[in-house]
Design a binder for this molecule. Structure first.
Ligand code: GLC
Ligand code: CA
Length: 534
């Protein structure tokens, strides 16, 4: 039995906002908090009831806000504390929730804690970070190069799992853990409804034995931070590289008092053999992974997140479906495949208009620290052209360009100069144009979310897979209290589909179907009520 708290969370539909690129309210070319507040009616109209806001804290912005220099203040470019208070109030007024992004594993080296810590071995912050006279191992940073940096001020090396200016906090130090609790409590005091927790698997490490994540005290630390009554009642989702069910249970079973759920990344490997190398793939590989996790988590009453895109990933549509001729069909089919399963939908900004991966003609367009560092390394071992093609494929900037609202200058994102170039196809793919078309990705999302809202079956209903693993389509049912719904999602070829049970006419369809059985075009999908469900 799903615990009552999880049942409530299943009603959430979350929209992820990357504030820098969402909407610029003052013409400086950078999206901001006031811009988010201005667009809340749009989000409400789409049918979401919560937002996850990527970091908006004080930050020098080496990693776009994931390098925090003050957890209890707002980044100048994004606005003020009053602006976030207004945003929270305006969300709550619309019955919407706010999930803040919490980054507990590292701070910016500009943070006061680091500035104090580097001064020497005997000040209150000296053990806030990992300091060593010699590099204790050869760990590499996720963003390339050594994970150890020599600090001339302290005369020692510190650990940075990510950029050089993102120093890892030493969670073995109780004062660090207390400081992070204070951060959490501060934001709870402001009225936030939940937290997305950045790289949670890294807060416990075993440096001596070469473990940079999933260290021996991971669960103890999570429970200490989240298990407290005031936090435990909230929604928490951890970003983690968990990829087996037992580990998922240890993080998310309700009686553990740890996280509500996790972002798992298995399905992010679809369509690529490594982050920067494409691989031929289709919706079938996505289906296989989704089915595995749906079945396993179902057995153990775990809560799942349903997502295909975020600010770190090139849109999945461009890797495993058709992002050109059948872009509308692909975007809507993938939405039905994902968001009618059991779990909490997370929609990344732009997905609702069928946004695709970006493409830039020169490395000078890229801003992301990982892309820039990786390009440099690639250029040492391959021609520049090949390196650029790889960066274009895998770069996180694929998902960080400005949201395209309409066909006016800069897609209506800003009246100034955008901080990063718009997507090369923004004139074709923007909200205004999408809405003007005969078929609209946005309207399909609205219809899908409306169906989810109105039918219990899509929230808590039992999932049954009807198609077999070899089928070039995915069919499943969701049932609750005597009502059963069937969802048919075709893959990339034309198919005849005939269900073994009778259905009403589809209420959701991306190509205006009136019959659930029959010939399905590539990427066609539909959902209908099953007749006489038992
Ligand atoms: C997470 C974030 C990513 C960030 C990294 C370091 O993976 O999603 O954007 O760069 O952590 O904080
Ligand atoms: Ca601005």
């Amino acid at each position: 039995m799903l615990c009552p708290k999880y049942k409530e969370f299943l009603k959430w539909v979350v929209y992820q906002v990357y504030p820098r690129s969402f909407y610029d309210s003052n013409g400086d070319g950078i999206g901001d908090l006031k811009g988010v507040t201005e667009k809340l009616d749009h989000l409400k109209d789409l049918g979401v009831n919560a937002i996850w806001l990527c970091p908006c804290y004080k930050s020098p912005n080496d990693d776009n806000g994931y390098d925090i220099s003050d957890y209890m203040d707002i980044m100048d470019e994004f606005g003020t504390m009053a602006d976030i208070e207004t945003l929270i109030a305006e969300l709550h007024r619309r019955d919407m929730k706010l999930i803040m992004d919490l980054v507990p594993n590292h701070t910016s080296t500009a943070h006061k804690w680091f500035q104090e810590s580097r001064k020497g071995k005997d000040n209150p912050y000296s053990d806030f970070y990992y300091w060593y006279d010699e590099k204790p191992n050869e760990w590499k940073s996720v963003f390339r190069g050594s994970a150890w940096e020599f600090d001339p001020v302290r005369g020692q090396y510190y650990l940075h799992s990510f950029a050089v200016s993102q120093a890892d906090l030493n969670w073995e130090n109780p004062a660090v853990r207390k400081a992070m609790q204070d951060v959490v409590d501060f934001w709870i005091g402001k009225g936030v409804d939940g937290f997305r927790i950045d790289v949670i698997d890294r807060i416990s490490k075993d440096i001596e034995h070469g473990r940079n994540s999933f260290g021996p005290r991971l669960h103890e630390f999570i429970r200490e931070l989240i298990g407290r009554e005031n936090v435990n009642a909230l929604f928490t989702v951890g970003e983690s590289s968990v990829n087996d069910i037992d580990e998922m249970i240890r993080h998310c079973a309700s009686e553990r008092n740890e996280l509500s759920t996790l972002f798992l990344f298995d399905h992010m490997e679809c369509g690529r053999s490594d982050k920067f190398t494409p691989k031929k793939d289709s919706l079938k590989s996505l289906r296989d992974i989704l089915v595995y996790w749906q079945m396993e988590s179902g057995k153990h009453d775990l809560l799942h997140t349903l997502f295909s895109d975020n600010h770190d990933q090139p849109p999945l549509i461009s890797r495993i479906a058709d992002d050109r001729k059948l872009r509308y069909e692909s975007a809507t089919d993938m939405a039905a495949m994902m968001y009618l399963l059991k779990g909490i939908p997370f929609i990344y900004q732009g997905q609702e208009i069928g946004m695709t991966a970006a493409h830039y003609d020169s490395i000078s367009f890229f801003n992301d620290v990982e892309s820039v560092n990786t390009y440099r390394e690639f250029c040492e071992i391959m021609p520049e052209e090949e390196a650029l093609a790889k960066i274009n494929f895998g770069s996180r900037d694929n998902a960080r360009h400005p949201m395209a609202w309409d066909s006016s200058k800069n897609g209506g994102f800003t009246t100034g100069e955008p901080w990063i170039a718009l997507h090369s196809r923004w004139q074709e793919i923007n909200l205004e144009r999408d809405l003007a078309g005969e078929h609209s990705v946005y309207r399909f999302y609205q219809a899908l979310l409306k169906l989810r809202r109105s039918e219990e079956a899509f929230i808590t209903g039992e999932l049954q897979i009807i198609s077999s693993p070899e089928d070039p389509y995915f069919i499943f049912t969701r049932s609750e209290s005597g009502k059963q719904w069937v969802v048919v999602c075709n893959f990339e070829t034309k198919q005849e589909i005939s269900l073994p049970f009778a259905c009403e006419a589809p209420v959701l369809s991306n190509l205006d179907r009136t019959e659930i059985n029959g010939t399905y075009s590539p990427y066609e999908c539909a959902a209908a009520l099953v007749k006489d469900a038992c």
